[in-house]
Design a protein around this ligand. Structure first.
Ligand SMILES: Nc1nc2c(ncn2[C@@H]2O[C@H](COP(=O)(O)OP(=O)(O)OP(=O)(O)O)[C@@H](O)[C@H]2O)c(=O)[nH]1
Ligand SMILES: [Mg+2]
Length: 480
């Protein structure tokens, strides 16, 4: 049952084309649903019609129908031509006649499903693999679709591929009377191309102009929201990591071996906590762009290519991020740049004396005195060094940039571009995190994040700087 919109009918779009042209992939990317249908490199994957509704303002605005591929357009066109009984038989009547034949249920079973959708749609998207040469089978496909009597919009897929023959296709389609075309790579997502696709649909389906306008507006708003959400997730990660303190349990001053052991254990605990926090942020970034948790897990688990797959605290992570010069020859935590000791130790005697003095003289609360006592007894805290903050920033911006251009049809690993952030940018963001450094209570590492005006203000300041790294201002207009 199709739910009507305010026009009384739901705008119906048939997605049709040669087998393997990327029809199901197009559906996945447009619907932001990596789990829609089955996609595979072998032909004949889709054998049933499947529908996806697109919503704007909580109202269904369009019903996209995925269809089985046209496997034998040449044979089908010949068969349909053979059904002509009168020279004046028009396209739609021939198609209707074909849909009533036994052959439409047997040898042309898949093709008839596609043509039935094309016949009942308000608009047909004819998906083309733009790497293909223009062949007679393509003109036969277009002839079959034009006989369905509905507007046809060719969509050139695979356009980011070096072998795409976009100009050749545009010229050939124009010769066949199809002057409006859209380019839309379902794997390398470009929001501008998607917008142009919807604008081209609007020209051909004027009755549904309001629905298409609502979808365009909704997609732009969602895009902005996604970028804001990802920027905020990264800012929260950084504020949490900058403020977080990992206590090192006290050890007797004369037991250096135990002191070293305690410090090492705490360092490992801090590393594990920050790694986990970074992983959760990666999930938030994927979720911001409407990749579900399952997709996120798969995409990230397989994300072993490039610097995102390298352990945050390894020397390689530092080198890959282009921070080799900062860290010197030392690797990771050992350099002290990745994890810092926050408070220096003091002998137990001096600590006791001073603690008693402060507790007695200044009337500190019992908790304050205890904390001071702990620190003075050599119970130090560890925190993430600036280097770790910079690494986390670079890695998460890498991921956000890659996800920004990832279509939901992309089944491969995330492939970040690994652009080194400018030193001035890194320093500016570390500076903006300064207030977090002196507020250990702001940390949301390993627990639900605390609320607070100052923390929120710091997050917003950092998020604005991060956003500029994900989508530079000069290209931002295009993303709006
Ligand atoms: N690189 C790249 N691969 C794509 C693109 N679109 C589809 N693919 C791949 O092409 C293959 C076929 O894609 P499908 O979406 O299954 O094609 P289809 O038209 O639905 O195929 P049938 O259902 O068999 O007719 C899959 O391996 C996709 O991952 C694209 O724009 N770029
Ligand atoms: Mg398919």
């Amino acid at each position: 049952m199709i739910e009507p919109n305010e026009n009384g009918t739901l705008f119906r779009v048939g997605v049709v084309g040669h087998t393997n042209a990327g029809k199901t992939s197009l559906m996945r990317t447009i619907a932001r649903d990596a789990g829609f249908g089955a996609v595979s490199p072998s032909p004949g994957t889709t054998i049933e019609v499947a529908s996806v509704k697109l919503f704007a303002d909580d109202t269904p605005r369009a019903d996209f129908r995925d269809t089985p591929g046209l496997e034998d357009p040449i044979g089908l066109l010949e068969f349909i031509d053979g059904l002509r009984t009168d020279r004046r038989d028009d396209g739609p009547s021939l198609i209707e006649r074909f849909l009533g034949t036994e052959e439409s249920r047997t040898i042309f079973k898949n093709e008839s499903k596609a043509l039935r959708q094309a016949r009942t749609a308000d608009l047909v998207l004819y998906v083309v693999d733009a790497r293909d040469r223009v062949l007679p089978r393509h003109s036969d496909e277009i002839e079959l679709l034009s006989r369905c009597g509905k507007p046809v919009l060719p969509v050139l897929n695979f356009v980011s591929d070096d072998e795409a023959r976009v100009d050749e296709w545009r010229e050939a389609l124009a010769r066949l009377g199809l002057h409006a075309t859209a380019s839309f790579d379902t794997v390398i997502y470009e929001s501008r191309d998607e917008q142009r696709l919807f604008e081209a649909m609007r020209v051909l389906a004027d009755d549904f102009r309001d629905d298409i306008d609502a979808l365009i507006k909704d997609r732009r708003a969602r895009r902005r929201w996604s970028i804001d959400r990802a920027s905020r997730a990264i800012a929260e990660l950084l504020v949490d990591a900058a403020s977080h303190l990992q206590p090192v349990p006290p050890a007797p001053a004369d037991d250096e071996a135990l002191q070293a052991e305690r410090k090492r254990e705490s360092e490992e605990a801090l590393q594990a906590a920050l790694r986990e926090h970074e992983r959760l942020t990666f999930h938030s970034i994927l979720a911001a762009f409407e990749f579900k948790t399952d997709d996120a897990e798969t995409t990230l688990l397989e994300c072993t290519e490039g610097r995102l797959g390298i352990d945050l605290f390894s020397g390689d992570a530092i080198r890959q991020a282009g921070f080799g010069a900062v860290a010197g020859a030392a690797s990771g935590a050992a350099s002290g740049a990745a994890i810092d000791l926050v408070f220096g130790g003091m002998s137990l005697g001096a600590a006791s004396a001073l603690g008693a003095l402060i507790g007695g003289t200044f009337g500190s609360s019992a908790t304050q005195t205890r904390r001071l006592y702990r620190r003075l007894r050599g119970a130090n805290d560890l925190h993430a060094g600036d280097l770790t903050l910079k690494l986390m920033l670079s890695r998460s911006v890498d991921l956000a940039r890659a996800i920004l251009r990832r279509g939901h049809a992309d089944e491969r690993k995330v492939r970040p571009e690994e652009v080194a952030l400018e030193k001035t940018v890194l320093d500016k963001i570390v500076k903006a995190l300064k207030s977090a450094r002196s507020h250990p209570s702001w940390s949301g590492v390993g627990k639900s994040p605390p609320q607070g005006r100052d923390r929120e203000r710091c997050i917003q300041r950092v998020a604005a700087l991060v956003r500029e790294q994900i989508v530079p201002k000069r290209t931002d207009d295009a993303e709006k």
